[in-house]
Design a protein around this ligand. Structure first.
Ligand code: PTJ
Length: 243
């Protein structure tokens, strides 16, 4: 039991959830390493949503609410940390939710779908086909879901699939604490923020942004600028770390 007054309560609760979900087979063992990398970058960010991340979150909402077929792609870490937040975003954006895994097994697909459904997420089902131009198992997806999406939110993504989705002409939005990752640099829009801080902001913005403002956010979206801003926040925090 982690005491709520522990100075690192939030982080410890997230770790505990990742560890429990790894024992249950929802999170892959590699997912534990990915979580640790995220934690390290979040330290550098100051574990806060920066102004530029907030703008990226509003821009993500603008893309989602104006899309024809928006899809949220969920992996093991995202389901473990944010199943309820995915439900909220699905309700606010009307996006479809599809499970897509790097370390894909039928057992994990079933466990993750079950976890999401227990939290009220409507998970797309159907016949999975190898439709993405990738040699690994992330190529498996649903024709009416990821394959036909125009805007796709892929939190905690790997660079290969991000590149493949871009090559198919899709708008790819990622949430990644590492502004230097291949995913961050390849995506149409990268939100450099922690998953459980970012999702509620996107959900809120979905309900608040009027149509004409959405177009402005989309027109002004500049991924490199978002990444540079995140790096500047980290540089600033490092420069003053021991003041
Ligand atoms: O469940 P699976 O089989 O689909 O596997 C999922 C993982 C996450 C293991 C897989 O997609 C993977 O290996 O991802 P990467 O390439 O390690 O990339 C994950 C990125 O997410 C890294 O750049 C981390 O810094 C970042 N990250 C980790 N935790 C968080 C995060 N970003 C935002 N919020 C987090 N909580």
């Amino acid at each position: 039991m982690i005491p709520p007054d522990h100075p690192r309560y939030r982080s410890l609760v997230a770790r505990e959830r990742i560890a429990r979900c790894a024992r249950e087979g929802i999170v892959s063992l590699e997912g534990i390493a990915a979580h640790g990398r995220g934690e390290a970058f979040d330290y550098l960010l100051g574990e806060r949503t920066s102004e530029s991340a907030l703008l990226a979150e509003k821009t993500a909402a603008a893309f989602l609410i104006t899309a024809k077929n928006p899809v949220i792609s969920v992996n093991g870490n995202t389901a473990a940390l944010a199943a309820g937040l995915i439900r909220d975003l699905q309700q606010a954006s009307s996006a479809s939710v599809e499970v897509n895994l790097f370390h894909r097994t039928e057992e994990r697909m079933t466990l993750i779908t079950g976890l999401l459904e227990d939290h009220g997420v409507r998970v797309l089902s159907g016949t999975f086909e190898r439709l993405l131009p990738l040699s690994h198992d992330r190529a498996w997806c649903l024709r009416q879901g990821i394959y036909e999406s125009d805007v796709i939110l892929v939190p905690l993504e790997d660079g290969d699939r991000c590149e493949a989705l871009r090559s198919m002409g899709k708008t790819v939005i990622t949430i990644d604490l590492n502004p230097l990752s291949r995913t961050s640099r390849t995506a149409s829009l990268t939100i450099v923020d922690e998953l459980t801080r970012a999702l509620p902001q996107i959900t809120r913005a979905c309900g608040e942004i009027p149509g004409e403002q959405a177009t402005k956010f989309i027109r002004e979206c500049d991924n490199t600028r978002f990444l540079k801003s995140a790096l500047r926040v980290m540089e600033g925090n490092l420069a003053h770390a021991l003041d």
